[in-house]
Design a protein around this ligand. Structure first.
Ligand SMILES: N[C@@H](CCC(=O)N[C@@H](CS)C(=O)NCC(=O)O)C(=O)O
Length: 220
């Protein structure tokens, strides 16, 4: 009897889902894609995780929450040729630090701007949007210096940090365009978009572009 595959509850258009998908595609890891387009999959997600945030990974009796932990779990339990967390603890710390940077200072302000656009009249938070865009500008400026002499976000190899950077910088430029003076950020974004794992995730998300609340630009 063959063991059941780990089940990923995710949606193709969701940035955090793409973070996990990039990790899976990097190593061609077999998994059962429970797309949240399917009502049954949504009900299973709600039963497994009352926050209903995604992605989550369900592997046998384990429910793994949080995209970064999904990637770390896969790296431990289904390792492929590309290790997304270096085995060296100090190198792994740098990867986790950059992963936190992309979650907290790129993805979070994107979500703030996008969520505000979905609010009803009279419930908007214009100051929150200004502050979120200012945070993105600060993140772009810091990242531009950080990426000046490197190919990937941490160390010399593609890692967990790049798995998140790909979707977050993709949507960041749609949400609050990255100033052309941040050439290193633009070059890094282009490298991420050309990476086959993310190109695949991006292609799977194309049919949903009309769902982008701020209006998707006619470009990647
Ligand atoms: N901290 C979570 C964030 C996940 C998250 O916010 N996912 C979004 C989709 S990209 C979501 O679940 N949105 C639905 C909601 O907020 O109810 C993680 O790292 O996985």
């Amino acid at each position: 009897m063959t063991a059941a595959l780990p089940r990923l509850y995710a949606h193709p258009f969701s940035s955090y889902s793409q973070k996990a998908l990039v990790a899976l595609y990097e190593n061609d890891t077999p998994f059962d894609y429970r797309s949240l387009e399917d009502a049954d999959a949504s009900a299973e997600l709600a039963a497994a995780w009352p926050m209903k945030r995604f992605p989550i990974l369900v592997d046998g009796g384990h429910v793994v929450l949080e995209a970064s932990c999904v990637v770390e779990y896969l790296d431990l339990h289904s390792p492929g040729p590309l290790r997304l967390l270096p085995t060296d603890a100090k190198a792994a710390l740098e990867v986790r630090m950059l992963d936190r940077f992309f979650d907290n200072y790129v993805s979070t302000p994107i979500q703030q701007v996008v969520s505000d656009s979905l609010r009803h009249e009279g419930q908007h938070d214009p100051l929150g949007v200004i502050e979120a865009k200012a945070m993105l500008d600060t993140a772009y400026a810091w990242l531009d210096r950080h990426m000046a002499n490197r190919e990937w976000a941490a160390g010399n190899a593609f890692s967990l940090a790049d798995c998140g950077a790909a979707p977050f910088l993709f949507y960041a430029d749609w949400t609050h365009p990255i100033d052309p003076r941040f050439g290193h950020v633009h070059a890094y974004r282009r490298r991420l978009l050309a990476r086959p794992s993310f190109a695949r995730a991006m292609d799977e998300a194309r049919p949903y572009r009309h769902c982008f609340p701020l209006g998707a630009p006619d470009r990647d």
